[in-house]
Ligand binder design. Structure first.
Ligand code: SF4
Ligand code: SF4
Length: 401
């Protein structure tokens, strides 16, 4: 049975079942699964999650149990496995199936692939080639001889931000003054990248603050037409309240909006979430206001040994979220490459809209970038391990170079 047949079979089980439905994983994909259930006129009876901090809480009034309790109460139910959306699905799935086996589970299983597929084809009604989508869902940093899959890609539509955080992971206060992407050029650059890769499971419209960008809707709509771009999300800081009309239009293309909660700075957070609920966009809030942030350090050259620089780069690479397109259409691995005083090797950046480069050159350059043991910018980085600083501290002025 191929991927599509398997997915359709699982979705038919979901559609026709009279048994209790349990969502395993009370995180991002679990919330997206609620939308899929809504599409099929079904409801989840509970979530199940191994994270003790979540157990006993509720999402949309649906209780979150431990796995043990969920299987104890509903051992023959339909369990939707909503795991590892931003990581490698295969080992995560193996682990959760093993856990279910040990708990004497004898119900049905719906895989995360089916939920991702249904969220795009059924819920968002994207008119895309489903076999390409199926192929790209599997993606997790696989580099073949002349193509590759990426788990994640940030498209930075603007480097303007409503805040100016000293330890911004995108280094916004230290980059050249904020610029917006040209909407035609950024879409062209993104399509070009997707024409040389198998796909990206997670594509994020990013900033600065994306809701400062007037062409956000246009870019989201155009990108949703790319067959091998799977889940499209937006990241915002909760300081700007878009119109209901804009959010409603975005809900046709965007699966989820991530809201970074910066405490008192995120002045519009509550209204933003209420509006998203009204138009049916899934939100996920991360509270960055209480936990310490990572010190991003200065931009002095360190003169690391080869081993040292390789180690600090590998630490960053572990999470596999290094891939980005900048507002001026460059493919980069790290925002430190955008600091004006840092010397980059030109082989570490791809000018996607350079018309002198054909697609073969781009794919060769991309596959060599993905194989690099480190990038030059790492020699200007203190590494992002351990040193913690107070959250969301604002700097008044941009640094001048
Ligand atoms: S709100 Fe986010 S993007 Fe803007 S400066 Fe702060 S950390 Fe950076
Ligand atoms: S410069 Fe290198 S080590 Fe520093 S954050 Fe970027 S990728 Fe990681």
């Amino acid at each position: 049975m191929n991927f599509e047949e398997q997915t359709i079979k699982e979705l038919n089980i979901l559609k026709n079942t009279e048994k209790p439905i349990i969502i395993v994983g009370a995180a991002i994909l679990g919330k997206m699964a609620l939308k899929v259930l809504e599409y099929y006129n079904k409801k989840a009876i509970c979530f199940a999650d191994n994270n003790k901090a979540l157990q006993g809480k509720k999402i949309k009034n649906i209780p979150i149990y431990s796995m043990k309790d969920a299987v104890r109460f509903y051992s023959d139910g339909v369990f939707i496995l909503c795991v590892a959306i931003r990581k490698n699905i295969v080992p995560a799935l193996k682990g959760i199936k093993k856990q279910l086996d040990c708990l004497d589970f004898n119900g049905d299983i719906i895989s995360p692939y089916s939920i991702i597929y249904a969220s795009q084809i059924k819920v968002l009604k994207r008119k895309i080639d489903s076999s390409k989508l199926a192929n790209a869902i599997e993606s997790f940093s696989v580099i073949h001889e002349n193509t590759c899959k990426l788990p994640h890609l940030d498209i930075c539509v603007t480097s303007k931000c409503s805040l100016n955080c000293k330890n911004c992971s995108a280094l916004i206060p230290y980059r050249k003054p904020g610029v917006d992407a040209d909407r035609i050029e950024i879409v062209k650059a993104t399509k070009k990248l997707f024409s040389v890769i198998d796909g990206v499971r997670w594509l994020q419209l990013f900033g600065g603050e994306p809701f400062l960008y007037k062409d956000l809707l246009y870019v989201a709509e155009q990108i949703s037409k790319i067959d091998n771009a799977i889940i499209i999300s937006i990241v915002t800081n909760g300081t700007i309240l878009p119109t209901k009309e804009l959010l409603s239009e975005l809900s046709r293309y965007v699966s989820i909006i991530f809201i970074s909660n910066y405490g008192v700075l995120s002045t519009k957070l509550k209204e933003f979430v209420e509006l998203c609920d009204k138009v049916g966009i899934v939100t996920n809030i991360t509270d960055f206001s209480k936990q310490p942030w990572i010190d991003m350090g200065n931009f002095n050259k360190r003169y690391y040994s080869k081993d040292q620089i390789t180690n600090i780069y590998n630490e960053c690479k572990k999470d596999d979220c290094l891939y980005k397109i900048t507002p001026d259409c460059k493919f980069i691995l790290c925002e430190r490459q955008l600091i004006p005083t840092i010397e980059n090797n030109e082989d570490e950046i791809i000018e996607l809209n350079d018309n002198t480069m054909d697609l073969n050159i781009i794919i060769n350059k991309l596959s060599s970038i993905l194989r690099l043991p480190y990038i030059s910018a790492c020699d200007y980085c203190k590494s992002l391990i351990e040193v913690k600083v107070p959250p969301a501290v604002q700097v008044q002025e941009k640094l001048k170079f």
